[in-house]
Design a protein around this ligand. Structure first.
Ligand code: SF4
Length: 380
């Protein structure tokens, strides 16, 4: 493959202590006995694919410079540093890393260990994303999370002790039983620990998860209006506390926006390795086997997801999530509506407080970001 422009790598680690009932990620509990084999397959995948990506006609390799790595899961913090040492040794064969390379690892409360954290930082991991989900025990229990609020706090202290100040706290709002007071308490509690970054997603009920059965009746879930109230509360409190709302669900102190995720939302190419991993290289998106054992046996097999034709819409959809806005010209290019219809719609949406038009770019407001997909569908 020639002239790959990607500067980000995603690595998937699929092991978890327990499986949360709302989760449809490629993650498994009680499969830790496969960690050894998994890393062998992961390393084999990196070697085989990178040899194919980077080999020159003369048979030599020129290393690709990388700006960001994201080790996600699953629960990457369940895995001993010695495995990541082997992984980084392999990556070093094909990549060089920017001095300012952002290297993120996801961590779940209850798995934070001082010795592991020391090992991770020695390998260059400089950003941790903590799956806190809530600072309320009842909400954690509703979500089927097996860790306590105290374990989240302990994890934060251990991360700070390991010298990592750039950490994210991840939350879920719109959980059954949540009230405005509970949500506000969670946000204010989070701020006490001075995170540089906060992400918060609405609970979504995914097919083939236990929550799909439990919440068959939508009346058991918070309404859209109430969910928006919670979202708006989050946006307001974080703005008052000098966080930039730079993406639909992501807020950061200035300079601490996630470079890795921004590359993704800018629809840039990226490498990805591991079970179920999706990549986009030279406008071609492919994915690995989502099943753990199948991936371990066939780590190099990948499926083509789509071709160039869908990519323009995908690019706008991803760009529309960012506070930097998206190009009006691109909308005009792919929309089935006339220019006049688009202009009328934009006026209406602007008058209703969903967006602002600046320098030929559409910027969604908080109200607009909450329903960004619906707005795009209207415009196209
Ligand atoms: S810890 Fe995260 S990845 Fe693992 S099961 Fe729960 S939600 Fe899914």
């Amino acid at each position: 493959m020639q002239n790959i422009k990607a500067e980000s790598i995603y690595i998937h680690i699929p092991f978890c202590k327990t499986k949360c009932p709302y989760c449809d990620f490629a993650s498994w509990a009680k499969k830790e006995h496969l960690i050894d084999q998994y890393f062998e397959s992961l390393i084999s995948e990196i070697r085989t694919k990178c040899e194919a990506y980077f080999i020159s006609p003369t048979g030599s390799y020129s290393k690709k410079n990388i700006q960001t790595i994201f080790i996600g899961g699953g629960t990457p913090s369940l895995v001993e540093p010695k495995y990541y040492k082997k992984l980084f040794a392999e990556l070093n064969q094909f990549f060089t890393f920017d001095k300012a390379c952002e290297i993120t690892m996801e961590l779940n409360p209850g798995t934070a260990r001082d010795d592991f954290l020391e090992g991770y930082t020695n390998l260059g991991i400089n950003r941790i994303s903590i799956g806190a989900q809530s600072f309320n025990e009842n909400i954690l229990s509703t979500l089927g999370r097996k860790h306590s609020v105290d374990e989240t706090i302990e994890a934060i202290f251990k991360i700070k002790k390991a010298g990592i100040i750039n950490f994210n706290l991840d939350f879920i709002y719109a959980v059954p039983g949540i009230t405005k007071e509970i949500w506000k308490e969670t946000i204010l509690r989070a701020l006490e620990f001075e995170p540089k970054h906060i992400s918060s997603y609405s609970l979504s009920i995914e097919p083939n998860t236990p929550f799909e059965l439990i919440y068959k009746n939508p009346k058991l879930l918070p309404t859209d209006d109430f969910s928006f109230d919670l979202y708006f509360e989050l946006c307001s409190i974080l703005k008052e506390n000098n966080f930039t709302h730079y993406e639909v669900s992501n807020f950061a102190k200035p300079g601490y926006e996630s470079k890795h995720n921004i590359n993704y939302w800018l629809a840039k190419d990226f490498f990805a390795f591991g079970t179920g991993a999706h990549r986009c290289l030279n406008n071609l998106r492919t994915s690995n086997h989502k099943d753990l054992e199948t991936y371990i046996s066939y780590p190099n097999i990948e499926n083509i997801i789509d071709f160039h034709t869908d990519l323009k819409f995908e690019k706008i959809m991803l760009n529309s999530r960012l506070n930097t806005g998206f190009e009006l010209d691109l909308i005009k290019e792919i929309s089935s509506r006339s220019k006049k219809e688009i202009s009328t719609l934009l006026n209406d949406l602007s008058n209703d407080g969903y967006l602002e038009l600046l320098n030929n770019k559409i910027h969604l407001t908080d109200k607009g970001l909450f329903v960004n997909n619906e707005i795009l569908l209207k415009l196209t």
